[in-house]
Design a protein. Sequence first.
Lengths: 92, 361
Amino acid sequence: MSKRDIIICRCEDVSLADIHEALDMGYRDFESIKRILRVGMGPCQGQSCAHLVKNEIARYNKVNPETVKIHKTRPLISGVVLKDIAESDEDE
Amino acid sequence: MINRDLVIVGGGPAGLSAAKVALDAGMKVTLIERFNQLGGQLIKQTHKFFGSKLQYAKTRGFDIAKILIDDLNGFSHDQLEILLDATCVALYPDKVLTVYQYGKYMKYNAKSVIVATGASEKILAFENNDLPGIYGAGAIQTIMNIYGIQPGKEVVMVGSGNIGLIVAYQLLQAGVKVSAILEAASYIGGYLVHASKLKRLGVDILTNTTVKKAVGEEKLEKIITVKLDEKWQEIPGSEAEMDTDVLCISVGLSPLHQLMSMAGVKMVDISELGGLVPKKTCDYETTVDNVYACGDVTGIEEASSAMVEGRICGLMAANHLGFKHPNGEQLEDDLNNQLCVLRQGPCGEKIRCGLKKVGEI
C-alpha cells in the first residue's frame, strides 16, 4: 500500500503518509498538524478532511475519535475577495 | 448593516419550513441560500418519499421542494427577502452575519438566527482516491438529476445506506450499469425494500467488502476490492479486481457546523449524528441566545424530520421574540408528536441514541 497515494486533504494535497510522518514527529493534535501540513486551511476549511485526520489521530493516540478536537473554526468560511470587503458600503 | 427579525441560513427542507412558520407569525425574514435555487437536496431527489402524509410521503423530492417554495408565495418583499447564490460566510455571537453574493459583501444584524446549513459528504481514504471518475453520491445526483448528464458507463457504489441504494437505482433508471454495491459492514445499511428492488434488477450487494485501491492512468479504469473480517480488518489474499469507470462514494454525511462553531455555540462530537452538532434546548435554541438550529446540521437524518424540525424552529424563534403564530400552541404539540412518530421503530434507533448522547440543555 502506498500511503503517498491516499489523499486525506484534497484542498492542500496532504497524503496519509504526511499525516503519519507528522504524528511520528510528535505532532499529536489537530491544531499542531494543521500548522505544519495546512490540513483544514484550504477552500473547504476542513469539512472534507477533518473526520479522516481526526480518526488517524485517534488511532495513533489510542483514544475514541469523538474525544479528538478538530481545529478552531474562524471566520470566514469561504474565500472572499479583500477588495469586496474594503468596498462594502459601511457607515459605522 | 441590514436589520431583520430573523435570518435563516440554508434554503433546504429545514430552512424553507422554518421560514413559512416564522412568516405566518409575522416576522420579517431573510433566507440565505448558497445555490442558485431553493430546495436543498430535495431538488435532486427523483424518488417518492416514505413516511407520513404530513411530510408529503408518496411525493417525489423535487415536488416537495416545489410545495415548500410555493408556501412562501404571497409574502411582500418587505416581509420576506430571499438571497440566492449567496453564502453566509460568518456568524458572530451578537448575531451579526456577513453574506457574500455576486462580489457584494453585506452585513446583517438579526434578532434571531436559524442555522439550517445541512451537511456535506464524507470522503473515504484509499489508494488513488483522487483519480477522476471517483464521485460522492451527492455529486452524481447533481450532475445526473439536475443537469441531466450521465456520470459514466458503469458504476461501483461504495456504501449500502439509503442514499447509496437510491442513487444506485437512479443510475439504473438513467441507463447506467451498476456493477455492484460494496458494504464494509456485515449487513445492508438502508431499507431492505430498496435493496430488494436492486437485487431483482441484478445488482449484487457485497457485504464485508470495501474498496482498497483505484487504478487508472488519466482516469479511473478499475478498482481493487478487499474483504473485511468482523473487526473491519482486511483479509489478506481476498483482493479482487473490478473494471469500472465510475466509483460512487456514499459513506455518510457530516454536518456543516462551521457557522455555529465560530459563533461560540457549544458543540459536541457524536458519531451517530455524523460529527459536530450543537447542544440545544427542547426549543431548539443553542447555547447562544436566539440562535437556533434544525435539519441535518443538528444530526444526519431524513428530509422529513428536517421539515418538522424547521417548523418547530420557526415557531420557537417567533415565540421568543413575542410574535404570535395564529395556531401556535396546537402546532407545537402536533410537530413534536410528528417527530416522535418519525423516530419510532428500529430505523430511528441510531438517531434516538445520538440525540440522547447530545442531551438537552
